[in-house]
Design a protein around this ligand. Structure first.
Ligand code: SF4
Length: 316
């Protein structure tokens, strides 16, 4: 597996680029995910020509229209930042990114709930998006993006990492001379993963794949990709996971004895109640997949969605 290419706010890697000359080193991003990632670090404030250290900035205006101003002297750096964004984001399109991790709360990099101050006085509303993050998302609406703060939440983290690896497999597929059969295979091996996030989207995507002979492949790929990324952004809840696990268990109807079936059902119900993590039923199912040589299941990304070293399925 080649390293997964991710954009990242430079300060999260420990680069001393913040307004006060400091950094916001995040050990999970650097030391854990970093084993599998190739980071493209960008500090938009330094990139647009501001010094280190520099006067701190904040967003000023209302939720629909705000500017980026220095806090004490009121210098407006919005146009400077926008001039940086255009060529930088255009260049990133050549990089084939699989995702982006932004620094939270920043007037440049924050993805959501960035404070927007009223022009004269009053309480700020948490309604803004950092200027660079906003421009980036406008150009990459389907790319997985997250903030480092939200990545501390186990479920959000798992969801984000699942999506960036889906993105990597998608890009590997479309980088070749993609044929209809490639999409069929992609859809097949992602079946249970997509179902765990959104059974409705899985059905809709199945109809698209069934219409492969009737529609131009390029249009179909675009539509399929939109559905794929929208589906997987939804949280895979314990109920949806249990539904998928039961489907997979059905493949072993003839193989498992009554005791093994009973044991598996107990594990599934303990998982749904939050007593044990998802990795427990997944590990047992993977054991049965190998033992009974179920090649269709062995290919299912659902049973190994990301590197085990990331321990993303280990939380109950
Ligand atoms: S939050 Fe963004 S702009 Fe601010 S120091 Fe980090 S990378 Fe630079």
């Amino acid at each position: 597996m080649p390293r997964i290419k991710l954009g990242v706010s430079s300060c999260l890697l420990g680069e001393e680029v913040r307004f006060d000359g400091g950094h916001k080193y995040d050990s999970w991003i650097v030391d854990t995910l970093g084993q599998f990632a190739e980071y493209i670090p960008i500090c938009p404030e330094v990139g647009c020509g501001l010094a280190i250290p520099r006067e701190a900035m904040h967003l000023v205006g209302n939720k629909d229209d705000y500017r980026m101003l220095t806090i004490k002297t009121g210098i407006d750096h919005t146009e400077r930042m926008l001039s940086f964004c255009k060529p930088t984001i255009a260049a990133l399109k050549q990089e084939r990114l699989c995702g982006y991790i932004f620094k939270s709360k920043s007037p440049s990099c924050g993805l959501e709930q960035v404070k927007v101050y009223p022009p004269y006085q009053g309480v700020p509303g948490k309604t803004g998006i950092g200027i660079y993050a906003r421009e980036f998302m406008h150009e990459f609406p389907l790319l997985p993006v997250e903030e480092e703060g939200r990545l501390h939440d186990a479920e959000r983290r798992e969801n984000f990492i699942t999506r960036i690896f889906i993105m990597q497999r998608w890009q590997q597929m479309i980088d070749g001379k993609v044929k209809a059969r490639d999409l069929v295979r992609f859809h097949t091996i992602h079946k249970y993963l997509i179902m765990a996030h959104s059974p409705q989207h899985y059905r809709e995507m199945g109809k698209l794949v069934a219409a492969l002979q009737k529609e131009p492949l390029s249009e179909l790929l675009t539509h399929y990709f939109e559905l794929l990324m929208t589906a997987c952004k939804r949280q895979a809840t314990p109920s949806k996971q249990q539904y998928v696990l039961l489907h997979i268990l059905g493949y072993f109807k003839q193989d498992l004895d009554a005791f093994e079936k009973q044991e598996m059902m107990e594990i599934l119900s303990q998982y749904k109640e939050g007593l044990i993590p998802l990795i427990v039923p997944i590990t047992l199912l993977n054991h049965y997949v190998r033992k009974y040589d179920k090649s269709y299941l062995a290919d299912q990304i659902y049973l190994h969605p990301h590197p085990i070293e990331l321990k993303l399925l280990n939380h109950a």
